[in-house]
Design a protein around this ligand. Structure first.
Ligand SMILES: [Zn+2]
Length: 85
């Protein structure tokens, strides 16, 4: 029997929820990151790759969030809201 890490989906013992302290921190930090849908739309439809990078980096600095997590969340929202359906 095994569990999956709630953050990275790695197989872990059933007694654990996360594979590492880092995954635990990332999971909870990612959970509080709030990205407005119009911002995601703007990034994907109205920005070049360079502008997109700059917008994301400014956004992260403004809120003091990890860029890696913000990017993951932006992609989640994009796939869920704009790609399908
Ligand atoms: Zn993990």
């Amino acid at each position: 029997m095994s569990n999956q890490c709630q953050y990275c989906s790695k197989k872990i013992p059933i007694s654990k929820v996360f594979c590492s302290k880092e995954c635990k921190e990332n999971y909870f930090e990612k959970a509080i990151i709030n990205i407005p849908k119009p911002f995601v739309k703007k990034l994907y439809y109205f920005c070049s790759d360079e502008e997109k990078e700059r917008e994301i980096s400014d956004f992260c600095k403004r809120h003091n969030w990890k860029e890696k997590l913000v990017k993951e969340k932006i992609e989640d929202i994009y796939l869920k809201q704009f790609k399908c359906g």
